[in-house]
Design a protein around this ligand. Structure first.
Ligand SMILES: [Zn+2]
Length: 369
């Protein structure tokens, strides 16, 4: 097909209109798409004939790369070279599909990046987690609620949750003169790691939910059946809050795919990030509660994101942010406890002098040790 014919197609005109703010870029993409069509011997109608546009894009892209590798590229101009970098072809496809009203996820990529896939942003906000509790609470089956509640606090694997027999101990403590309560689980066994970790349940509401599990009993009576039910119900919940999108869920690399394929592991991811939010991003404390090394937590579960970098010192209790954050942050677990048992109010009488005294003390203790 020639460029002039191509430009007359209504779909291409629609695309041109949608990208009218950058005509140079449009012309470049237009050439790329035309090269793809001519090389793959497909038409625009072939391209758009799909019920899964993300799959279709990858298919077109891979066919194209293969033809190029076989020396079968059909150029729009009189040149002989073969492209070695395909980024612009990929972007052209995304731009074209986007202009036709198809949704393209922001992080969507055509090729698996080298190294580990990036699912380190799987996370529920506080509000979403609470919605989850309401969702599971509304099912009238305490075990599903208890499973979701516990996993949301102790970031364990499902295999461990299935084996666990309740040994939750309620402990009383005091922070800043405020009486606090938390749950302690001694030697929680993770079969996959063949090791145990001491776990803590710090969320007040979740502790109330877990208090109903009989001591010495597992949450699930029938591991196979209940596990399936838990996964299915998690998917229903994720769909209800938009974490699983129909048009993304079969495409690897998207968060939707991860939530759909690893519903329980997503809870592990999310609660790991939550724990980091409660400790001012203290990777070593979090790692000590479930991993052999800090690096794994950093790479797989939670890369230091913008929020963590910028808000490391924010603490709803001792250093409240000026604006309400999407999810609460604390400098330490103690302050998360104190805040909850202080009627969700910040420490009274915080002043600049105290703040700097505290910082000076921390610095001094670092120097001494
Ligand atoms: Zn604090």
């Amino acid at each position: 097909m020639k460029k002039s014919e191509f430009l007359e197609l209504p779909e291409i005109q629609k695309w041109q209109k949608a990208t009218s703010n950058n005509t140079t870029q449009f012309r470049m993409y237009l050439h790329k798409l035309l090269i793809i069509c001519n090389t793959n011997q497909i038409t625009i109608s072939d391209i758009l004939d799909t019920d899964n546009h993300l799959y279709k894009m990858i298919e077109i892209y891979n066919n194209f790369k293969q033809k190029v590798a076989q020396g079968e590229i059909v150029h729009t101009r009189n040149v002989n070279d073969s492209p070695t970098n395909f980024t612009k072809y990929a972007t052209a496809l995304k731009s074209f599909f986007g202009s036709q009203g198809f949704y393209i996820p922001p992080k969507f990529e055509f090729e698996q990046r080298k190294g580990l896939p990036n699912y380190a942003e799987i996370e529920l906000t506080d509000a979403e987690r609470d919605q989850g509790l309401v969702h599971f609470g509304g099912l009238g089956d305490p075990k599903l609620l208890q499973a979701f509640a516990l996993q949301s606090e102790i970031f364990c694997r499902i295999s461990a949750l299935l084996e666990w027999k309740n040994n939750l101990e309620i402990r009383d403590d005091e922070v800043d003169g405020i009486p606090v309560k938390y749950g302690y689980i001694n030697k929680f066994y993770e079969p996959k790691q063949h090791t145990t970790w001491n776990k803590r349940v710090l969320n007040k509401g979740i502790l109330d939910i877990l208090e109903d599990i009989p001591q010495g009993e597992p949450i699930f009576a029938d591991a196979t059946k209940d596990y399936k039910e838990y996964c299915d119900e998690l998917r229903v919940f994720y769909r209800s809050i938009g974490k699983i999108r129909q048009n993304e869920k079969s495409v690897k690399q998207t968060d939707s795919w991860y939530y759909d394929n690893y519903p329980t592991h997503s809870v592990r991811h999310s609660s790991t990030r939550q724990a980091l939010r409660r400790t001012g991003g203290n990777y070593s404390i979090i790692a000590s509660m479930g991993w052999n090394s800090e690096g794994i937590v950093r790479q797989i579960y939670s890369k230091p994101d913008e929020e963590l970098v910028l808000r490391q010192s924010h603490c709803e209790y001792c250093n409240p942010p000026k604006f309400k954050l999407e999810s609460e942050r604390f400098c330490t677990f103690e302050h998360f406890l104190a805040y909850q048992y202080n009627d969700s109010k910040p420490k009274s009488g915080i002043n600049e002098v105290d703040k700097w005294k505290k910082i000076a003390m921390e610095l001094r203790s670092q120097v001494v040790s």
